[in-house]
Design a protein around this ligand. Structure first.
Ligand code: ADP
Length: 489
């Protein structure tokens, strides 16, 4: 089966978040399962152009203003044979940022990503490689399924089914309605069952109506986005397509995140022998300038210090929590107020709290390895990676029951000792404080439960193979829906 990925990010070439991780990892797992997967990506500044093979000729892409010409370069996903085609259009993509300066998108983003989606389809035709399924990711690729149903109708790509994946519904690709002609589609498409959304032009909405099937990155998030609390204004559309919307939990990179071999760690460990974790904890306490006390639990948080992550709620309860016999280490960047407050609080409580404001991947690994509990009280969380890294490193997550957190962490049952973490439901300072207190009490009063949960947590399977087999099923369903018969073979 031939699958075309269209996306604006793909690790390690270009990444600003979880989208890049998925597009960098999932194609490899699909290829290992026997699918012919190829990825189309913009050639951004910062990608090592010289390491890529330059394909002969130029590709003409029909745009609203006429044909745009680009070169095509070919690379491979590291550690695999998966081809990645880079569309080389300097004016659109040779810029300091992927999407624009922080907080503000480039003024021509609609044109840039129309080019990506349309260019991906033109590339297939130029290669003579017609995909069975096009898999488009987030709003930057949202026009690709729309083009399949419109400009490609009765063309070579008319039989290609489409799957549209939502990685984070907060970003929808919303533009001024007057920009509709930039898509190179007629005004007849600007209506309530395609682009028009309360007077704006919304690319995600168009993809939700035009794609054969829809997916998002966890089963719980798939249900939540159909509610007004989480649907970011598109819950009505998602409810209409409820039967076609599937939630598939992301995997994690189990090679990068392997406590038995992680080169960033001072010691290694595994589920059958946790002695290395004690050494990692001592090293973390030293690195944080906290008292080196093995008997005191270390609670950690790594991530963006923003409201999505519940950081405001944590900030409210943290001064009280720091009165208990525990230690807290934080690593993150985000809203300036949160950064300032946490740095200030750490300066007041240097014996209990260390706050690193910054982005530091190696330190994130050392924190996951050295901590006992991991805080993730998110308001919403499409999938979330850190809770899965934590589980793999035997660090018990404390999470709010939302999105991928609810799907990856089993709440502790005090009577039986079952579970892999601590789950709270209401996102309030009291509820978070109570849950941290519950974890603390379990640490001191039921250490056997903590030890058993750790081993259970470390034995969970979050590999991409599991996710890839679910996507494989989805592609087959999409194919059958589009073509009216099952995929042969
Ligand atoms: P999101 O994509 O919403 O930010 P995830 O949990 O899905 O949240 O992924 C966050 C990723 O970014 C993880 O790999 C995490 O380790 C990393 N990360 C976030 N902030 C930092 C930081 N300050 N330093 C190092 N790594 C970070």
């Amino acid at each position: 089966m031939k699958i075309l990925f269209v996306a604006s990010e793909c690790a390690p070439f270009a990444k600003t978040g979880g989208l890049g991780d998925v597009v960098g990892a999932l194609p490899k797992a699909l290829a290992a399962a026997g699918l012919d997967v190829r990825v189309v990506l913009p050639l951004y500044a910062g990608i090592d152009w010289n390491a890529l093979e330059r394909l002969e000729g130029t590709l003409g892409v029909p745009m609203w203003s006429g044909t745009a010409w680009c070169g095509v370069r070919l690379g491979r996903l590291p550690g695999s044979r998966v081809p990645v085609y880079f569309l080389d259009h300097r004016h659109y993509f040779d810029r300091p940022y992927l999407y624009g300066t922080p907080g503000e998108g480039y003024a021509d983003n609609l044109e840039r990503f129309s080019f990506l989606s349309r260019g991906a389809l033109e590339l297939c035709k130029a290669l003579g490689w017609i995909p069975d399924v096009l898999h488009a990711h987030d709003w930057q690729a949202a026009l690709a399924p729309v083009y399949l149903n419109t400009v490609e109708w009765a063309q070579p790509l008319h039989g290609t089914a489409s799957v549209y994946s939502i990685h984070n519904l907060s970003y929808q690709g919303v533009f001024d309605p007057g920009a509709m002609p930039v898509t190179a589609l007629g005004w007849e498409h600007f209506h309530d069952h395609a682009f028009e959304h309360f007077g704006t032009l919304n690319l995600t909405k168009a993809a939700l109506y035009h794609s054969t099937l829809l997916s998002t990155v966890s089963p719980t998030y798939a249900r939540e986005v159909q509610t007004s609390a989480y649907g970011a204004g598109l819950d009505g559309v998602l409810r209409e397509r409820s039967g076609d919307l599937h939630g598939i939990l992301n995997g994690i990179d189990v090679v990068e995140w392997d406590p038995a071999a992680d080169p960033r760690l001072p010691a290694h460990f595994a589920a059958h022998d946790l002695s290395g974790k004690r050494a990692c904890k001592a090293a973390l306490q030293r690195e944080a300038g906290l008292p080196e006390r093995p008997e005191v639990p270390v609670f950690a948080l790594v991530g963006r210090l923003v409201a999505q992550k519940g950081i405001d709620v944590l900030a409210q309860i943290l001064p009280h929590v720091l009165d208990w016999d525990l230690q807290v280490v934080l690593l993150g960047t985000g809203e300036p107020d949160a950064e300032r407050y946490l740095a200030w609080l750490a300066s007041q409580r240097p014996d209990r709290l260390r706050a690193w404001i910054g982005f530091d991947d190696a330190r994130a690994h050392r924190i996951e390895a050295g901590a006992d509990f991991f805080l993730m009280p998110s308001r919403f969380e499409p999938c979330g990676l850190n809770q899965m890294y934590s589980l793999r490193y035997g660090t018990l997550p404390i999470v709010r029951a939302t999105g991928g957190l609810a799907d990856s962490v089993q709440g502790y049952e005090q009577a039986s000792g079952e579970g892999t973490g601590f789950v709270l439901h209401d996102l309030t300072p009291d509820s978070l404080g109570d849950t941290i207190g519950w974890a603390l009490a379990t640490w001191y009063q039921r250490p056997a439960h903590v030890a058993a949960m750790r081993v259970r947590a470390m034995r969970q399977d979050f590999s991409w193979e599991r996710a890839a087999s679910a996507y494989g099923e989805l592609y087959r369903t999409a194919y059958a829906r589009r073509r009216g018969h099952a995929f042969p073979g």
